[in-house]
Design a binder for this molecule. Structure first.
Ligand code: ADP
Ligand code: ZN
Length: 614
């Protein structure tokens, strides 16, 4: 039953009950209150014409007075053996009758109350059921519980659908073979891992790999997210874990996949006061993993991007004793992910996947899949039924920098400033030896906040960065601000993220890469969570930290000085490119280099002339 329907029933019942209560109140109000009087008083009232009607029941006489207010009242009196009564009543114009069915009113009241009771019971049932479902106990909740577990009989995904990740696949092949033929492994006395932990940044294809294992082994696939175990009520998580393993046991051989296992698997008792529910869930998970018989062919795969937070007990032999690293793809990996996904869409002849793969260092499989999908959407928007390279490039930029924001209109001055800022980056990049070539400069504002950007694409993937590479990068970051200062003699907030990134690089040089003169190869910082934001923690004294700051400052200042010199020496090139940008908003790498090279030759000639004159 879905929630909407349930709510409807609830409202319906509430309305019904309110109606009953209102009717009941009206009934009480309409029902006259009673006052007992003596028989002689009764006769006196009749004689004084104060009585309107009289009703004689088996054991009493009910007297309705003539003047009755809003809240009605009536008199009652006992029955006398008075044969004259009828005559007296008739002579005084009193309407009188005797009651036929004495039980009637009792009966209707009974009916009313029992109906009300039934309704309240039904209402409680509904309310109560919700509570039981949430607490996860009880028989009724089973169906709901099970639905948190997502099951597929056949995933239909094989290793072919997972591009790259060859090492991960290699480790998983053994599990596939085992699921195909457990007997062969048991015969030789081999004990296979009950579980394997897939470790890597989000979007690298961990879920996909787990599904592929199930697909390759042709067994059912069950998955649940670690966060689904944790609910408000203590004990729910543990019961869900029990459920999961029971289900897996029934369907063995199968793959059970627990995503985000760090949600349950955090080191126990770490936080202040602990977390009873989570500890209990984890304990249940551990004992279930110990308890089940792996010869049946149940393999637990779990994924996490925070392996450092996991409880060591999870990694003990007999549990997740195998760790499979699923890294961000390198150039070849990215290219193959693109190839896998491009198969599902129609493409034109001009697409250059190699270029996209080269331009997206750091992107994970999910990003690349997204680029292909965005391209397809763009192609449809453009009224085409196939993808061209421009779609891919534009979608790549959407993923990197956000969507184009056409409605943001910059003032001419700001536009000029942004243009010079971006050209500053590009110019420094072009002037430095060994920096990645400029592919494109644009000053179209993007939804993710940037007002323009310069795209550099390296010819080959770099696995190592030299000190010079890093210094070059910092100088390129400085280029934007330098041109603001050199041309407009002003400083703007446009350089905020440049400054942040440059400072991070400089700091890492000093504290982690061993590239400073002062500290040499001493590690002053360590990486905290490698697969997420890569936050670091300082492990040095305060005096050292101060010195680190000084070093960082001197690196940045040094880079700034060399960038501003480069900019000031090449104002002419900058003017020309900026002019071009302001008119067209985008300049390609080739167009940029054309202007750049032309001016370089001029500069060269001028220098020669000066030399000749000397
Ligand atoms: P994770 O579980 O590591 O966060 P997923 O497995 O959910 O990542 O990946 C999300 C999507 O990204 C997949 O459905 C797939 O379309 C795409 N993807 C990620 N990695 C790959 C890969 N190596 N090959 C092909 N597609 C991938
Ligand atoms: Zn910038």
């Amino acid at each position: 039953m879905n929630d909407k329907f349930k709510r409807l029933i609830f409202v319906f019942l509430a309305v019904l009950i309110s109606i009953f209560i209102i009717i009941f109140i009206v009934y009480i109000m309409a029902k006259p209150t009673e006052q007992e009087i003596s028989y002689s008083d009764f006769l006196n009232k009749v004689l004084a014409h104060e009585v309107k009607s009289v009703k004689i029941t088996s054991n009493r006489i009910e007297i309705m007075p003539v003047n009755n207010g809003i809240i009605k009242y009536k008199y009652i009196t006992g029955i006398m053996d008075d044969p004259n009564l009828v005559n007296v009543l008739r002579n005084n114009d009193v309407d009188f009758s005797a009651q036929i069915v004495e039980q009637d009113s009792v009966f209707s009241a009974f009916l009313f109350w029992s109906l009300l009771m039934v309704l309240i019971a039904v209402l409680w049932f509904f309310l109560f059921r919700n509570v039981i479902e949430k607490s996860g106990g009880g028989v009724m909740s089973f169906g709901k519980n099970a639905s948190k577990i997502f099951g597929e009989k056949k995933t239909g995904i094989t290793f072919k659908d997972v591009a790259g990740q060859e090492e991960a696949k290699e480790s998983l092949v053994e599990i596939v073979n085992y699921l195909h033929d457990p007997a062969a492994y048991i015969a030789i006395g081999a004990r296979l891992p009950k579980g394997a932990l897939l470790v890597g940044p989000p979007g690298t294809g961990k879920t996909l790999l787990a599904k592929a294992v199930a697909g390759e082994a042709n067994v059912p696939f069950f998955s649940i997210s670690g966060s689904d175990f944790i609910e408000m009520f203590v004990g729910v998580g543990a019961s869900r874990v029990r459920d999961l393993f029971k289900k897996a046991d029934e369907k063995a051989p199968c793959i059970v996949f627990i995503d985000e296992i760090d949600a349950v698997g955090k080191t126990r008792g770490g936080s202040l006061g602990g977390n009873d529910e989570r500890d209990q869930t984890l304990n249940q998970l551990l004992s279930e993993m110990d308890g089940f018989d792996s010869s049946k062919g149940v393999v637990i795969l779990a994924a996490t991007n925070r392996p450092e937070t996991l409880d060591p007990a999870l990694m003990r032999p007999g549990r997740f004793d195998r760790q499979i690293i699923v890294e961000r793809p390198d150039y070849a990996g990215r290219l193959s992910v693109l190839k896998v996904h491009i198969k599902n869409v129609k493409v034109g002849s001009d697409i250059n996947l190699e270029f996209i793969a080269r331009a997206t260092p750091g992107a994970v499989g999910a990003d690349l899949a997204n680029i292909v999908n965005e391209s397809a959407l763009r192609a449809v928007r453009m009224g085409r039924n196939y993808i061209i390279h421009e779609d891919l490039e534009e979608s790549m930029e959407v993923i990197i920098a956000g969507k184009q924001k056409k409605d943001r209109i910059l003032s001419p001055y700001e536009k000029k400033l942004v243009a010079y800022h971006e050209v500053g980056h590009a110019l420094v990049a072009a002037l430095l030896k060994d920096a990645a070539p400029v592919h494109k400069i644009t000053i179209v504002p993007r939804t993710m906040g940037s007002l323009g950007y310069t795209l550099q694409v390296d010819e080959d993937e770099k696995y190592l960065m030299s000190k010079d590479d890093i210094l070059n990068k910092i100088k390129i970051f400085m280029g934007g601000r330098c041109s603001e200062e050199a041309v407009f003699n002003t400083l703007t907030t446009g350089a905020t993220s440049d400054i942040e990134q440059a400072t991070n690089l400089a700091r890492n040089m000093v504290t982690m890469y061993g590239m400073s003169d002062e500290f040499g190869m001493v590690a002053l910082e360590s990486m905290q969570n490698k697969y997420l934001d890569g936050r670091t923690i300082m492990n040095c004294s305060e005096e050292t930290a101060t010195k680190v700051d000084d070093e960082v400052k001197s690196i940045i200042n040094g880079c700034y000085n060399s960038s501003i010199r480069l900019i000031k020496d090449n104002v002419k090139t900058m003017d020309e490119v900026a002019e071009f940008l302001m008119q067209k908003e985008t300049i390609t790498g080739e167009e940029f280099m054309e202007i750049f090279n032309k001016n370089k030759e001029l500069l060269y000639d001028e220098n020669k002339n000066i030399e000749l004159l000397k």
